[in-house]
Each structure stands twice: as structure tokens, then as C-alpha cells.
Write a protein that binds this ligand. Structure first.
Ligand code: C5J
Length: 217
């Protein structure tokens, strides 16, 4: 079984029980002029993940391993958006440069071109920050016998962390790839990654994508 140099210890995983999870690499969060930038965020902090993730996806797909993408967003009538979320995210559902912000079917809601899903890859639409809440993710993983997740995407301290924490509680082993997750806030990125691997790997492991690619190619 492949083993990757990781913090706090090497991470061992098997092909038939490991999936690559690509969280919320959506235009609304990543494109210049989009929702994320309109909130005053520096999208370059997220966009630096696109290149390593593109390389990882190519290697992962070539090796024939399972890929699951997620997208954060809501139904056009916002019936799946809790009022509390809407109160603190008043732009959700409003017209933005790339369509209605975080609404399924809009251009901005979809995944950036570089990382577009290919045939056979699952795309999980989620109304929350975590990828398990109100989605079929648990069923998809169970059906395929997946017990380990390689976690990538944005943002590190929000949707990545929420998903990894819940995956950990559900019994999954999570490897988070430091260069393939991004936060608008460098300090949150640094501390968010430390929090995963602290205390003997309280939520999982952290590694660089190059170490993983070496093991699967
Ligand atoms: C946020 C996410 N940050 N995908 N969403 O609102 O992390």
C-alpha cells in the first residue's frame, strides 16, 4: 500500500478504499471579480491551489482512483438556505458578476474550468459548509467502500475544516494536502493546517501534493 510522508506520521492508504475530495473549487470563490473578491478577499490566496490541484487530479485520474467534487450553493428559491445563513450572507441569491451568487445552475456556482469534473466523477451539491450535511456523500462513500479521504479545496478553515472534522467523527482517515487547500487569510491557512495534525493527528494528516503524486505514479 502507498505511504506518504505526512505530519504527524506517515499516511498509508489503499487504492480501492481512498477517494480524492475536491471541495468547492467554484468560480464564485476563486474568480477575480466574483463573490469572494467582492467581499474584499484576495482571491490569489485561493487561486494558488489550482496549479497543484490540476497536477494532482491528472495523476489521480491516470491511476484510476475515485474523485468526488463538492459545490456549496442553494436552490434558486433559497428554500434550502437557513435564514441565519442568509442574514449573515446577504449576497447569497443576489445578482453577481457571474450570475446569482451561490445558486445552483449559475455560472459562478460551477467549478473552475481547470478542475472541471470528468465523466464518472461524483459532484455533490451541499447547502452547508460541511460536505456531509444534507447530501448523499456518506452513501456514496459507503457504497464504494471508501474509508480514507484525500482532502483538497477551499476554504481551509471553513468548508475543508468542517468536512474533515465531521469525516473524522464518522470514522474516515483524512489526509489534507497543504498546497491544495486555500484560505483568503494566510494566518487561518497556517493555523488551520496545524490544527488538523496537532495532538497526534487529532483530525488527520497533512502533506504536500508532490509527496502523494510520487506514490501514485
Ligand atoms: C465559505 C467555503 N468560505 N467553501 N465556503 O463560505 O469554504
Amino acid at each position: 500500500m502507498p505511504t506518504v510522508e505526512a505530519s504527524p506520521t506517515p499516511f498509508t492508504f489503499a487504492k480501492n478504499s481512498t477517494a480524492l475530495l475536491v471541495i468547492d473549487m467554484q468560480r464564485d470563490f476563486l474568480l477575480p471579480g466574483g463573490f469572494g473578491e467582492s467581499l474584499g478577499n484576495d482571491v490569489a490566496q485561493l487561486r494558488r491551489t489550482i496549479e497543484p490541484l490540476t497536477a494532482l487530479l491528472a495523476a489521480w485520474r491516470a491511476a484510476g482512483w475515485k474523485v468526488i467534487h463538492t459545490r456549496e450553493g442553494h436552490l434558486p428559491d433559497l428554500s434550502d438556505c437557513p435564514p441565519a445563513k442568509l442574514r449573515r450572507g446577504p449576497m447569497i441569491g443576489q445578482a453577481g458578476r457571474f450570475g446569482r451568487v451561490l445558486i445552483r445552475g449559475e455560472y459562478g456556482h460551477d467549478i473552475v474550468d481547470e478542475l472541471a469534473p470528468v465523466e464518472g466523477e461524483d459532484v455533490v451539491d451541499k447547502p452547508g459548509k460541511g460536505a456531509f450535511y444534507a447530501t448523499d456523500l456518506a452513501k456514496i462513500l459507503e457504497n464504494d467502500g471508501i474509508t480514507s479521504l484525500v482532502v483538497t479545496g477551499v476554504t481551509t478553515e471553513v468548508c475543508v475544516h468542517t468536512t474533515v472534522r465531521e469525516a473524522n467523527d464518522r470514522g474516515y482517515e483524512c489526509l489534507v494536502l497543504a498546497d491544495c487547500v486555500g484560505s483568503y487569510f494566510p494566518e487561518f491557512q497556517r493555523v488551520g493546517l496545524q490544527m488538523i495534525a496537532a495532538q497526534g493527528g487529532i483530525f488527520g494528516w497533512v502533506a504536500e501534493s508532490s509527496a502523494l503524486i510520487e506514490e501514485i505514479t
